[in-house]
Design a protein around this ligand. Structure first.
Ligand SMILES: Cc1cc2nc3c(=O)[nH]c(=O)nc-3n(C[C@H](O)[C@H](O)[C@H](O)COP(=O)(O)OP(=O)(O)OC[C@H]3O[C@@H](n4cnc5c(N)ncnc54)[C@H](O)[C@@H]3O)c2cc1C
Length: 357
C-alpha cells in the first residue's frame, strides 16, 4: 500500500492503473488490529513507532489526510497525540512478587560492553547464520543484565534469534538505548494501527482510483527468460465467499476458489511482498488454544517459487524451516470495565494513556 502511495504521489502514476492483490479478506497486512467492542479486538502485531528514525513513515503519512481530524495529516494526528500523552513507563521490570525493579543501570560489566560495541562495529556480512547466543557465548552475563531483559521484551528477541536482526535493531533504535528504561522514544498511535494508519491510507488510495482485490492469493509468477527479473504472468487464486456467516479470518468451509492469470505488459511494474510476518497466524481465545497452522503460508510459498526461478530474490528457507524458534504468541485484551487499566495504572504510577506497553 505504501508502494502504491509513492507511485501515485511521487511518480504521478494514475491510481486507476494500480491493482493490489491481497490474500486476506482485510487490508493492511500485519497492521490488522481490528475488531468490535462486542466481539473483541485482535492485533496480531503491535507497532511501536519512533519519531527520530521512522523518517519514511512520517514523510509519507504527512501526505495522507487523517480521517479523525480533517485538515490534518496522519503524521500530525499521531505526533500530536503522542506529544500530549508521552510514554514514560515507571515499571519496566517487575519481579514475580509484583515489585518494581530498579533499572537505572543497564547492569553491564566491562566484558558485556566490549562485546556489544564489537558487534555494532562488525560488518554485517560476517554475521551470517549466527544467533545472538553465538555472539555472546564468552560473555553469558549479558543475558542477566537489565539491558537484555528490557531490550529483549521490547523488541521480541530470544537468545536464539538472528544476530543480524539484533544488530539492525541496535542501529535502528539506537536512540532508545538511553531511554529504554522509560520507553520514552516509543511513539504510539491514538487508535490501533489499522484504524490510525491503514484506514486513512486505504481511503487516500481509493480516492486516487487504486483497485483492491481482497481474498486473492498470488500463487506464482512467471518471468521472461534471460538475466533480468521481468515478471510476465501472475497466477491468482481468488476466494469466492458463498456462506453468509464467516470465520474471524473471513473464510468459511463453503468458500469456492477461482484460478485466474494476469498477463503483464512490457511497461507494467510488478511489486511483490516477499513473506508476511503474520501469514501463519491462527487465533485462539480465552478457552481455546490457537491451533497449529495447517496450510503453508501463502507469501512464503510464492517467495520460494520465485526464488527458485530467479537468482537474487533471497532465501525464504530460514524464515519458515524452524517454526519452534520463530513463532510467537501475542495477546490482545478487550476489557469490559476498567479493572485492568486501574491495576496497570497503579503499578505504573502513571496516566492510563501512557500505560500502553
Ligand atoms: C508481533 C509483531 C510486532 C511488531 N512490532 C513492530 C514494531 O513495534 N514496530 C515496527 O515498526 N514494526 C513492527 N512489526 C513489523 C511490521 O508489522 C512489519 O514490518 C510490517 O507490517 C511490514 O509491512 P508490509 O506491508 O511489508 O508487509 P505485511 O504487513 O506483512 O503485509 C503483506 C501483505 O501481503 C499479503 N500477501 C503476502 N503474500 C501474498 C500473496 N502471495 N498473495 C496475496 N497476498 C499476499 C499478506 O496477506 C499481507 O496482507 C511487528 C510485527 C509483528 C508481527
Amino acid at each position: 500500500m505504501a508502494a502504491a502511495a509513492y507511485l501515485v504521489r511521487d511518480c504521478k502514476f494514475p491510481g486507476k492503473q494500480i491493482t493490489i492483490y491481497e490474500g486476506m479478506h482485510i487490508l493492511g497486512g500485519s497492521n490488522d488490529g481490528i475488531g468490535t467492542p462486542e466481539k473483541g479486538f485482535v492485533c496480531r502485531g503491535g507497532r511501536m513507532l519512533n519519531e527520530e528514525t521512522y523518517e519514511n513513515f512520517w514523510e509519507l503519512f504527512d501526505s495522507i489526510p487523517s480521517i479523525a481530524q480533517p485538515g490534518r495529516s496522519v503524521t500530525e494526528e499521531i505526533l500530536n497525540f503522542d506529544h500530549a500523552h508521552p510514554t514514560c513507563a515507571k515499571a519496566r521490570l517487575v519481579d514475580k512478587d509484583g515489585n518494581i525493579l530498579p533499572v537505572k543501570s543497564m547492569g553491564f560489566n566491562q566484558a558485556d560492553r566490549m562485546a556489544l560495541l564489537k558487534l555494532l562495529t562488525t560488518d554485517e556480512k560476517k554475521l551470517d547464520n549466527l544467533t545472538i547466543q553465538d555472539w555472546f557465548k564468552e560473555t553469558p552475563h549479558m543475558f542477566e543484565t537489565n539491558f537484555w531483559y528490557m531490550w529483549q521484551t521490547t523488541f521480541a528477541f530470544q537468545k536464539w534469534s538472528s544476530l543480524y536482526e539484533f544488530r539492525r535493531y541496535m542501529n535502528r533504535m539506537i536512540f532508545e538505548f538511553s531511554r529504554i528504561e522509560t520507553l520514552e522514544g516509543v511513539t504510539r498511535t491514538p487508535l490501533n494501527q489499522y484504524d490510525s494508519v491503514i484506514r486513512p491510507l486505504e481511503s487516500y488510495l481509493r480516492k486516487e482510483g487504486v483497485t483492491f482485490v481482497e481474498n486473492c492469493e498470488v500463487t506464482d509468477i512467471d518471468f521472461e527468460d534471460g538475466h533480468g527479473i521481468t515478471a510476465k504472468t501472475l497466477y491468482l487464486r481468488r476466494r469466492v465467499e458463498n456462506a453468509e456467516e464467516t470465520e474471524e479470518n473471513g473464510s468459511s468451509s463453503e468458500d469456492s476458489y477461482v484460478n485466474e492469470t494476469v498477463e503483464l505488459k512490457r511497461s507494467d511494474i510488478c511489486i511483490m511482498t516477499n513473506a508476511c510476518m503474520t501469514d501463519s497466524a491462527t487465533l485462539g481465545d480465552m478457552y481455546t488454544p490457537a491451533p497449529a497452522p495447517l496450510q503453508k503460508p501463502v507469501s512464503g510459498e510464492l517467495w520460494a517459487k520465485v526464488a527458485a526461478k530467479k537468482p537474487g530474490l533471497g532465501n525464504p528457507e530460514p524464515f519458515f524451516s524452524k517454526p519452534q524458534e520463530s513463532n510467537w504468541l501475542s495477546f490482545t485484551v478487550t476489557c469490559k470495565g476498567d479493572e485492568i487499566l486501574k491495576t496497570i495504572e497503579n503499578l505504573r504510577e502513571m496516566f492510563p494513556a501512557a500505560a500502553r506497553s
